[in-house]
Design a protein around this ligand. Structure first.
Ligand SMILES: [Zn+2]
Length: 85
C-alpha cells in the first residue's frame, strides 16, 4: 500500500493543507487569488472614507462653536463679493 502525499503547505503560515484546498484553513490565504493577481483600487471605499472624514471635520467644527465653513474660505468669498459692491 502506497500513500501519495496529497498535501501542500500554506506559503503564509506554513500549515499543511490538502492539494484540493483552495484556501488556507488557518490564515485564509487564497490559492485562487494568486492565479488572478489583479489589484484593483476600490475607489468607492476611498470616497466613502473621505466623506466620513469630511463629516467628522465639519461636526468637530460645529461642536466647537466655530462656523462650519472655515473663516479663510468666508474671507475669500467676502473679498470677491466686495469687489462687486
Ligand atoms: Zn495559512
Amino acid at each position: 500500500m502506497k500513500k501519495k502525499s496529497k498535501h501542500k503547505y500554506c506559503p503564509v503560515c506554513g500549515v499543511q493543507l490538502l492539494i484540493k484546498d483552495t484556501y488556507c484553513v488557518k490564515c485564509g490565504y487564497s490559492f485562487e487569488e494568486r492565479k488572478k493577481k489583479k489589484k484593483k483600487i476600490k475607489w468607492k471605499n476611498i470616497i466613502f472614507i473621505g466623506l466620513i472624514l469630511l463629516v467628522f471635520y465639519f461636526s468637530l467644527r460645529y461642536f466647537n462653536g466655530q462656523s462650519i465653513v472655515p473663516e479663510s474660505f468666508l474671507d475669500a468669498l467676502d473679498f470677491s463679493w466686495g469687489n462687486k459692491g
